[in-house]
Design a protein around this ligand. Structure first.
Ligand SMILES: NC(=O)c1ccc[n+]([C@@H]2O[C@H](COP(=O)([O-])OP(=O)(O)OC[C@H]3O[C@@H](n4cnc5c(N)ncnc54)[C@H](O)[C@@H]3O)[C@@H](O)[C@H]2O)c1
Length: 278
């Protein structure tokens, strides 16, 4: 990656205030630096997306040699009690204690699973998130919500459990597929719309003039998180204004269900927003 692109990705950290303690979103342009940071944290247990494990095995080698881990195939079927059991069994097998920190590396599915497990293991242990999809970087990584699917119902079981730290390295996006990138933009456009009409139209113009993979992607992620921060700090437990961020989600979840999750989440909620606008 060129130096100019890297400096585009070096963003100011964001602090998210929560009644259960503040947490920080850190932007780390290089995966190599990120691995050094993660390797220096003691008493950790990694929950790693299987695609990321195979694409970034060489980069993560140092970490995987030094830390216990479990690799999870990120499907909506796995985002379930059965998927939680795999992770919890890994924690028990490693004699993880109350001070163990779960490090989740992957997209929204890995985040949801790891958060649920961190929430119930010993009634709550710390977790750190390294989002590797656009949707997880620009949206799901903050807000502390976690849900799993149950008996065919999407996101039926859930908890609130804030991470300790979040580390975003947009370098991971190089390998994300076009569909997954567009899925991320589904939530990004929703957030910019929730921010202001100006933000929404500025983003639409930028993407039209450049491309989905614009060099400004780091800035777009940052702006999305700034918009979401205002909503979640104003309504941490989703009882009022934060519900605006569920725009399009009822129809979106239905589409995900009837297509057996072949339509990625962000694309499904974009369709849901279109439908509700009619
Ligand atoms: N907890 C929340 O607040 C919240 C918010 C929004 C969505 N979600 C949930 O998140 C899930 C969707 O998450 P997602 O869109 O991040 O997708 P995902 O976690 O399903 O991942 C999508 C695909 O991308 C692959 N992948 C991950 N990182 C990659 C990389 N760097 N390069 C190449 N491939 C990579 C994964 O292996 C997977 O095949 C849904 O289950 C949704 O309900 C949760």
């Amino acid at each position: 990656m060129a130096d100019s692109q890297r400096s585009e990705l070096a963003m100011e950290p964001l602090t998210i205030n929560s009644s259960r303690g503040a947490y920080t979103v850190n932007f780390v342009p290089e995966i190599e630096t990120l691995v050094q940071i993660l390797a220096s944290i003691e008493n950790t247990f990694l929950v790693l997306d299987s695609t990321v494990a195979s694409l970034y095995g060489v980069h993560l080698k140092r970490l995987l040699e030094a830390k216990p881990y479990v690799i999870v195939v990120p499907t909506e079927e796995e985002k379930s009690l059965a998927g939680c059991e795999t992770i919890l069994a890994g924690l028990v097998a490693q004699n993880a204690d109350r001070n163990t920190k779960v490090i989740a590396i992957g997209g929204g599915i890995i985040q949801d699973l790891a958060t649920m497990c961190a929430h119930i293991y010993f009634r709550g242990i710390s977790w750190i998130f390294v989002p590797t999809t656009l949707l997880a970087m620009a949206d799901s990584c903050i807000g502390a919500k976690a849900s799993i699917n149950f008996r065919g119902y999407k996101n039926q079981l859930g908890v609130f459990h804030s991470p300790g730290q979040i580390y975003i390295s947009p370098e991971f996006l190089i390998t994300v597929t076009e569909d997954e990138l567009r899925s991320g933009y589904g939530e990004i456009f929703k957030l910019h719309f929730a921010g202001s009409p100006e933000k929404f139209f500025r983003l639409a113009k930028l993407v039209e003039n450049e491309s989905w993979r614009t060099p400004s992607l780091g800035k777009i992620i940052h702006t999305s998180l700034e918009i979401k921060k205002a909503y979640i700090e104003g309504d941490e437990f989703d009882t009022g204004i934060r519900r605006h961020l569920n725009y399009g989600h009822t129809f979106g979840h239905a589409l995900e269900s009837v297509t057996s999750h072949r339509v990625p989440h962000g694309l499904a909620i974009s369709w849901g927003m279109d439908l509700i606008n009619e």
